[in-house]
Ligand binder design. Sequence first.
Ligand SMILES: Nc1nc2c(c(=O)[nH]1)N[C@H]1C(S)=C(S)[C@@H](COP(=O)(O)OP(=O)(O)OC[C@H]3O[C@@H](n4cnc5c(N)ncnc54)[C@H](O)[C@@H]3O)O[C@H]1N2
Ligand code: MOO
Length: 426
Amino acid sequence: MSDRRAPLRTVDEHLALVLEATAALPDVELPLLDALDLSCAEDVHAPLRLPRFDNSAMDGYAARAADVAGASAATPVTLPVVGDIGAGQSPTPVTHLEPGTTAKIMTGAPMPAGADTVVPYEWTDRGVAEVSIDRPAAAGQHVRYAGEDVAEGDLLVEVGTTLGPRHLGLLASVGRSVVRVRRRPRVLIVSTGSELREPGVALVPGADDDAIYDGNSYLLAGAALRAGAVPLRVGLVPDRPDAFLAALDDALGAPDGADLVVTSGGISMGDYDVVKAALTPGGTVWFGGLAMQPGKPQGFGAVAAGGRQVPFFALPGNPVSSYLSFEMFVRPALRRMMGLTPESRPTVRARLTHAVTSPAGRRQFLRGVVTIGSDGNTVTEVAPVGGSGSHLVGDLAASDALIVVPEDVTAVAAGDTVTVIRLDQD
Ligand SMILES: Nc1nc2c(c(=O)[nH]1)N[C@H]1C(S)=C(S)[C@@H](COP(=O)(O)OP(=O)(O)OC[C@H]3O[C@@H](n4cnc5c(N)ncnc54)[C@H](O)[C@@H]3O)O[C@H]1N2
Ligand code: MOO
């Protein structure tokens, strides 16, 4: 039993303890597309230069600048066309250009030695055997030089870079098909409560009169996916410690078992608080209260799984409490496991539209909806949605932000400026 007189742990203290107990997962090699949004775990150096060879930036004629220096509309220069160079024609049909000649060349095709400029089609009569050029072309014009973008050995992507589409494009451009990254954590999600039923299953009059659908595991699994993790939903677990421990053993014993466990429900002061009852004897999970509303009851620690210690989050059952606890503690932990910075949600200051109150000594997270200014970007106002009740899932879904009321504030007036955490944005 937790001591009800024990002082509440602050949100910041709890987060610090959670992050201290969480480490980056080992790195793995993945195909490029599977590495999108993951943290790179190697310094990637260019195995080749880009462009690989001098090539043309235009469809036209490879020429020597000196040969066309005197060209004008009134006195065009006419030169023989000795060949036709397309991209990807190996072996290249013209590798050397004699003075006084030209070769047709397409965008991306290799420049023949001796040529130092490209005359675009638009400056010519597009001749086939010989071409008439009506303007001078400077040396280097429309030539893309080998290595001007990336030199061999250049550092392309540094350890810790979050790989986006542009990084994947660069890695592929130097011939890489795989890259070492911090992999996505597998998150076991367990909903506890004998009252719970699977969505999609009809409620039976009589037997299910006090039943409710399991919203939490979808809420938490969705949040885990959004955080970049792989959620593994375990079926509903009734309020029996033996059933809970058996379900946990089963899931954690599986090959490719979880890297982190999240349960919801069963941790408060009730007579059937299954998670607390099952794990308190082991002593590896702390149960207590946080100076936070919603989300006061919490459990955090580790459980053994196949010789490993897996971080364990016992979140409160009320849906809003569960979600907020995920946002505040589980998401940062998952990000750390993925080698990302734990904090990611943009926090802004905005004008509160309506007065709110908050319990003394607790950091309150109210749900809100932001108004975006005429620049399409700046948050100007935030309006509270619904009340502070942690069962209000309708209001939770309607919100797009959290309004933070600090521990030492019990009332905020309409028009005051508050801190706002924007949800669904990284
Ligand atoms: N005497 C006290 N009672 C309670 C306290 C307290 O300090 N003293 N704290 C309250 C607070 S705050 C919260 S939060 C809850 C947390 O309780 P539990 O974590 O033990 O959660 P449960 O009792 O199992 O469930 C609470 C509530 O949430 C519903 N629930 C649970 N799981 C789901 C789910 N998967 N999907 C949808 N809804 C779920 C459940 O039916 C209950 O209504 O304790 C307060 N009580
Ligand atoms: O803290 Mo409970 O999480 O307020 O509903």
